[in-house]
Structure formats: C-alpha cells, structure tokens
Write a protein that binds this ligand. Structure first.
Ligand code: AMP
Ligand code: MG
Length: 512
C-alpha cells in the first residue's frame, strides 16, 4: 500500500504506464544536460499536493534530474510521437520535440506523469534545438499555476531550472527547463497521428489506454452505467461525448477570465480537456472580443471570441481520427455535438456565477438570465475599452457594498466607462434582477468567481526581466498572488491595477 507521508522524490512509486505502451507511441531516450543548472522557482503548493516533503529539492541528484543532467531512479525518459493540424492545416508528424516524459508517479493527487520541457533534442525535434528559453518557461510556469489557482483545468508546473546556455530565437536568450505535471500529456494529435499512419491497432491501443485513464470520469458521465456493459465502440462514443463536454466547460472558463490561448492547434489540445502548452497566451486587459494575442496569428484564427468555435473544429479532427474505430460516423458527429448543447449551458452558469445570480428560479425571463445580462454589459465594456478583470472585480465589490441598497456603491464601476450611459441602463436591469437575491450571498460568491489577480502580460514581463538577471523574487511574488487569485492580498494592490501604457507594446509570438 502507498503511504501518504511526505516523501523525497526518489521515494515516489514509479508506475510509468505510458512508457509501458512502448513503441510506436514513444521512444526511450536520455535528456541532454544543460551547463550550470540552478533552481529558478518552485511551486511549493504543488509539491505539497504531490506528497513531497518540504526539503524535496535538496535531495542529492534532484536538481540534476530536473534539469536533464541526470536521471531519477525509477524514471524511464522517453519522447512521444504525435501529429496535428496547425492553423487549420494538416502539419503531419510533430511529436515531443523538446520534452521528455520522465514517467508516472503515484501521489496523493492520483497517478501523474512528470515531464521535462526544454531538456534537449529528440527524434521529433525536426530542425529545433530541443530547448526552451527562460522567457517562455517563466510564462508557462506562472500561467499553469495561475490557471490552477483560478480552478481552470490545466497541466501543472512544479519547478524551473535556469542555465546560462545560449539559445537563439529572434535574439540570443538563455535556456531553462520546466518540470510539468499532468495525469497525461496525450493530445488530440496523438490520435490523429495513428489515424494518419493508418495504424489501426496502435490507435485502438492508445484509445484503450485513455479509456482506462478515464474510468472514473466515464462512469460519472454515464450515470454509473458499468463500462463493461458497453461495447468498445460505445465506450469510444461515450469518451468523445465526455471530451466534448469537458471542452465546452473549458472554453467557458477561458472566456470568463478573458484568457486567450493563442495557438489552439490540435497538437496543443489535451485529451483530458486541460489547458496545455502555454505559448503566446494572454489574459486580456481592455475587453475586446476580437482580441488576437499571438502576433504570429495573422488571420486571427485563434482570437478570443473564436476559441469555442475552434475547440469544436478541433474536436472534429479528433472525431475523424476515431472514424476507423467507430463504424457509423454520424454517431461520432452526434457525440461531438454534445459540445454545442453543453456550451450555452456552461456559459449561462459561468456568467450567473460572475454576476452573483444564484437563485435560478427567477431567471425565467430570458433577457435577465446571467448569460443575457453578461452579453449586454460586455458590449458596453468593448465599446468603452474597459478592463475586463477590473470590471468584474469592482462589480463584485460594489455588490458587497450594496446591502444598504445605495446605488452610489456602483459609482466606481460606472467610472470605468468613458461613456457610462449604456452601463447605467444595464445597471438598472441588473439591480432589478438582484432584488431576488440575497445580495450579501451574491457578493461573497462573486468575489470567489471574479479574480482580483490575473497574470497580465506586463506582470509576467517584469518578472522575466528580473529573472534574466538572476532575481526570482518577482516570479515568486506572482506565484503567491496567483495561487490564490480571489484573496485580497493586502499590500499587493498594485498587481491588480490597470496595466501601464507600455504593456500595449509587448509583442508575444510563437517564438519560445
Ligand atoms: P508548439 O508551437 O510549442 O506547440 O510546438 C510545435 C511543435 O514544435 C511541437 O512538436 C514541439 O515539440 C516542436 N518544437 C517547438 N520548439 C521546439 C524546439 N526549440 N526544438 C524542438 N522542437 C520544438
Ligand atoms: Mg505544442
């Protein structure tokens, strides 16, 4: 039996189920060392959740192993192959070009895979150097943990190691290695790969592997119908439905915090519906539904308001990959259409929550439902270029100050709008609807739904500049705030402020 006492990394039990699948899914291979590895940052909260003891980083060999300079006993480093559609076009074989699976460990969070990113070339590096720059590593580290703090499904980041190794992108930068954690790093692209090579046997084995990983979730999805009662085909369809549902949920959550992923290629779509592969992402400042965060996305394919539609498109790529396993393609289409039915529901729940509308009995009038009210006010936000997160947080504060029913509580919110007329009209309808709520309860709920702290580009940029000079204090401050983004954190108000003017000049591209 596994004990739950804090452990050293070397004491974890390694089960490495993905590595056991062997060829053709992954290739065993060693990581490539970086010179002079140094700890850059650690998520102590995640380490605790993994059951690691507070001194786990000091164990001999751990820094070496998590920088790719050594190997943990029990791990079986490998890289996996996948393919994918990039920017709507079939890109053929891709694969872990700069990531190494270390293996899977048993933890109090359940079994999780550990993966290094930036740990050297693999057979799938194509012309890449197998490295990740410090800049993009800090961004992925912070955003993974920020999403977890927001309660949004994501792969996690345990720690980062820096190295003076020169890495060339648009300019000379230096390398870093990230340790990522997830129940699985399998992507839609893994399925697309074996569908494209017409290796039906591999596709079937991969599917069975993922069905096994999702036993519990599938059982819940099927309302306790025993999986054994379903044929393999029926299980595949149930899994596609579950995946569609997870993506409807995920897309609504991204929209709710103004998150743009930036590069929703099918090789960046987790089979578990987790946010994965943080590259040119951005949490929006001023609300603009057509915001494009990735400067390499010239057509705006992955702009903010397109994300749900793109997720649905990507689900169809996954569905197509399943076509050789499920005879009737219309059943696949039907399973994936769960996305379409679930998305409006998820959006409605999301905005009801952001608006503190908990008494669903009274949402009988459609124009006063959470979703409808949100769409109206979001239009005003866009017209006035109001900051998305600050608006929602201030609205929550105002509702908190409202139990005395003094409309003056909403003055700071109105002040966010250059032309407040539209907002004032909306406020009338909203306050009318709020009458059927316990405002104190609503406020409490809103303050737990509308984060005070988000990972704005400029905050990340400042932390990166300091980290480049060997100072990780800003990274650690941001980590602390973002792990608990709904808390007040007195003394750190400036991190919740409007972005400075220079934030607009930050250009984020695919270069990482
Ligand atoms: P991304 O745009 O980061 O999702 O990467 C797309 C593909 O390119 C994936 O297969 C990556 O592993 C690979 N890749 C990206 N950067 C590098 C690099 N520096 N070296 C090797 N492969 C890379
Ligand atoms: Mg990727």
């Amino acid at each position: 039996m596994t004990t739950l006492l804090p452990k050293r990394l070397s004491e974890l039990e390694w089960i490495n189920r993905f590595a056991r699948l062997g060829a053709p899914f992954s290739t065993p291979l060693s990581t490539t060392a970086v010179p002079e590895p140094k700890w850059l940052a650690v998520s102590h909260e995640l380490a605790r959740s993994l059951g690691l003891d507070p001194q786990w980083m000091e164990e001999p060999g751990v820094l070496e192993a998590l920088s790719g300079c050594g190997r943990l006993s029990g791990s079986e480093p490998s890289a996996s192959v996948y393919s994918g559609h990039q920017f709507g076009v079939w890109a053929g074989q891709l694969g872990d070009g700069r990531a190494h699976y270390l293996g899977e460990v048993v933890t109090p969070m359940g079994p999780v895979e550990l993966q290094l990113k930036g740990s050297g070339p693999t057979p799938y590096s194509r012309r890449g150097d197998g490295r990740a720059v410090l800049r993009s590593t800090v961004r992925e580290f912070l955003c993974s943990e920020a999403m977890a703090g927001l309660g949004i499904p994501t792969t996690r980041a345990l720690c980062m190691v820096s190295s003076p190794l020169a890495v060339y992108r648009e300019e000379r930068e230096t390398a870093a290695v990230l340790t990522r954690v997830s129940p699985s790093f399998i992507r839609f692209g893994h399925f697309e790969h074996f569908a494209s090579t017409q290796d039906r046997e591999a596709l079937r084995r991969l599917t069975q592997f993922v069905l096994d990983l999702n036993q519990e979730a599938l059982k819940a999805h099927l309302n306790s119908v025993p999986l054994e009662d379903l044929s393999f085909e029926e299980q595949c369809l149930a899994f596609l439905e579950l995946t569609a549902k997870r993506y409807a949920q995920l897309m609504s959550q991204w929209q709710g915090v103004g998150f743009c992923h930036g590069v929703m290629n099918t090789d960046n779509m987790s089979i578990l519906g987790l946010t994965i592969d943080y590259g040119p992402f951005q949490f929006m400042d001023a609300f603009d539904p057509q915001h494009i965060c990735n400067h390499s996305d010239h057509q705006g394919r992955y702009r903010y308001d397109q994300q749900p539609q793109v997720a649905y498109w990507n689900l169809f790529c996954l569905g197509q990959a399943f076509a050789s396993l499920v005879d009737e393609t219309d059943k696949i289409v039907e399973a994936l259409s769960t996305f379409k039915t679930h998305l409006p529901q998820a959006i409605e729940e999301l905005y009801s929550s952001k608006l503190g509308l908990l008494n669903t009995q009274s949402s009988d009038q459609e124009e006063r439902s959470g979703g409808a009210l949100a769409q109206e006010v979001l239009k005003c936000l866009a017209q006035n270029q109001v900051d998305h997160s600050i608006f929602w947080r201030q609205l929550s504060e105002a509702v908190k100050a409202y139990p005395q029913h003094d409309k003056a509580a909403f003055k700071p919110v109105g002040d966010l709008f250059l032309d407040p007329e539209g907002f004032q009209a909306w406020l009338g309808t909203y306050l009318d609807r709020l009458k059927s709520e316990d405002a104190a309860q609503s406020a409490k709920h809103m303050l737990g739904s509308n984060p005070k702290f988000i990972l704005r580009n400029h905050l990340c940029e400042t932390a990166i500049q300091a980290a480049k000079l060997g100072d990780n204090s800003q990274v650690m401050v941001l980590l602390k705030l973002l792990e608990k983004p709904f808390d007040e954190h007195p003394g750190f108000e400036s991190y919740a402020d409007h972005p400075p003017h220079w934030a607009q000049s930050i250009s984020i591209s695919c270069s990482s």
